[in-house]
Every structure is written in C-alpha cells, then in structure tokens.
Design a protein around this ligand. Structure first.
Ligand SMILES: [Zn+2]
Length: 116
C-alpha cells in the first residue's frame, strides 16, 4: 500500500493541545506510519500529527490550511474538497518532517557517541 492511498483520520473537534507550545491544537490527523526496528524489520504503526496555529506558522502548506480555518469557522459540505486538498498537502509535509526528525535524532546520537 502506498502512503498516498492509505487512510488518514482527521480529528477536528477536541483536538489535543500542542505538545510543542501547550496551546490549543487545530487539527490532529492520524495516519499509518511504519519504521524499521533494530533488527531491520518493518514495524507498522500509527502516528498523530498536530496543526498548531503558533508552531506551524511559516510553513507554506500549514499557512494555507491555517488561512482556511480563519476564513471558514465551520466546515460546509461544499468546502470539503478544498479542505481535503489543503489538509492532504499539509499531512504530506507533516509526514516528511518526521523523517527529518529521525535523521536529526540519529545525527544527535552519533554526535553524542563521538561518531560525528
Ligand atoms: Zn504549538
């Protein structure tokens, strides 16, 4: 299954608070996310991202989605398609960020171990 085809669950109401700044989160999508364990085996799992109006400002896909929330206080059926494409673009960025975070964590570990 490719990442583009799998299901993304968006939680709009009662989103948890932002883990980065503690403010109110706007949107928390859950999506499948797999990683390799120490034996190199693929481990399937789920991951949750968070759209925060403070922390995510400045990232183009997040800015477009945040602007949508400013204009549309409620989500009308006629706006679902526009919302869906904006949300999908941002989720793609959020997924890529995790990869970068893992690279950062790996580099941090290597640095701590004196390998860098
Ligand atoms: Zn935040």
């Amino acid at each position: 299954m490719s990442e583009e085809d799998d299901e993304i669950v968006l939680q709009l109401a009662d989103s948890p608070d932002c883990a980065r700044c503690g403010g109110a989160g706007l949107l928390s999508p859950r999506f499948s996310h797999s990683w390799k364990n120490v034996r190199g085996e693929e481990v399937p799992g789920m991951r949750e991202a968070m759209l925060c109006p403070v922390c995510d400002r400045g990232e183009p896909a997040a800015d477009r989605l945040l602007a949508f929330f400013v204009v549309h206080e409620t989500l009308d059926a006629s706006e679902l398609q526009a919302f869906n494409s904006l949300a999908a673009a941002w989720v793609a960025v959020a997924r890529a960020c995790q990869v970068n975070q893992q690279q950062l964590d790996n580099e941090y570990e290597r640095c701590r171990n004196g390998e860098l």
